[in-house]
Design a protein around this ligand. Structure first.
Ligand code: SF4
Length: 285
């Protein structure tokens, strides 16, 4: 597999042959040969290499509402591209086959070719989605630049667990983003999901200054399942802007999590709590 070193960004040498990644909240220190927590970045001879550069897991043409975006280019289709792996560990991952893969069957499609395919599809936008795109930031940034040159709008669907500098770079090239806000409690984010809520909040604030933003909260029993939590999340969002749309989506048992989905009554109560703080709240039963 082709190791790409020249284009890898957001890392530094530490001591001996170790390096530290500065991309997401994990800030992994990697010894020689070691992969980062995300499984997408590796220390090879004291350099950060990207073994999965241009390795695409999935391509589909989706309604933009499926991202979900409800207030950006409505009733259009978007050319949707997925990679492999994720920097978070949500045990209920709805895309675990590509976010935590046992095997990888994708093909290499370099950015120039990808954007040509997107233009040929006739879609007015391209979405980086399905698994976590930001751990492949070098590829996404290159593809977004090319997309804009070819007249495509750019959409980023992300967990938002990205540190400030890379967040500013990728969001400056993004026209619209949907960001997950997965839990109200910092401890749940850290210990169960493998993320950092403060980093996600910072990402949302940066995004709100650079592009169109919508937020998704997946309703998961035992994680995010009640009006008090929804009140807390929607209060934070409204502190950025009460105009940011919030999507409350229904979980389905997947990967390592098999509890029954929430009832319609529970989702309705969560939606009503969010509606007290935000203008646009969409719940999916
Ligand atoms: S992007 Fe990957 S290697 Fe870098 S800090 Fe995050 S989990 Fe670690």
């Amino acid at each position: 597999m082709e190791p790409i070193t020249a284009r890898s960004r957001y890392w530094r040498h530490t001591q001996d042959n170790a390096i530290q990644c500065a991309l997401c909240s994990h800030a992994c220190t990697l010894s020689e040969g070691e992969f980062g927590h995300c499984g997408a970045r590796r220390n090879s001879s004291g350099q950060m290499v990207l073994p999965l550069y241009a390795n695409i897991s999935s391509i589909a043409i989706d309604p933009v509402e499926k991202k979900p975006l409800r207030r950006f280019m409505p009733n259009t289709w978007t050319y949707s591209v997925g990679f492999w792996h994720c920097d978070m560990d949500c045990p209920f991952c709805q895309n675990w086959e590509i976010a935590h893969p046992r095997r990888k069957d994708g093909s290499k499609i370099y950015p120039e070719r990808l954007i040509s395919l997107a233009v040929e599809s006739g879609c007015p936008s391209i979405s980086f989605t399905y698994s976590e795109p930001t751990i492949h930031i070098e590829y996404v940034v290159e593809a977004m630049r090319l997309a804009r040159q070819r007249g495509l709008a750019t959409i980023l669907v992300t967990n938002g667990n990205l540190l400030t500098e890379p967040a500013q770079e990728i969001l400056a090239l993004t026209d619209a983003t949907n960001i997950d806000y997965k839990a109200a409690e910092a401890g749940t984010y850290r210990e169960v999901l493998g993320g950092n809520v403060r980093v996600v909040q910072n990402f949302i604030r940066i995004a709100s200054t650079l592009c169109h933003v919508e937020i998704t909260s997946l309703a998961v029993p035992g994680i995010l399942d009640n009006p008090r939590q929804m009140d807390e999340i929607s209060r934070f969002i409204s502190s950025v802007s009460a105009d940011i749309p919030l999507h409350i989506t229904q979980y389905h048992p997947a990967w390592r999590y098999h509890r029954a989905p929430l009832t319609k009554e529970s989702l309705t109560a969560m939606r009503e709590a969010a509606q007290r703080n935000l203008k646009f709240v969409y719940a999916y039963f």
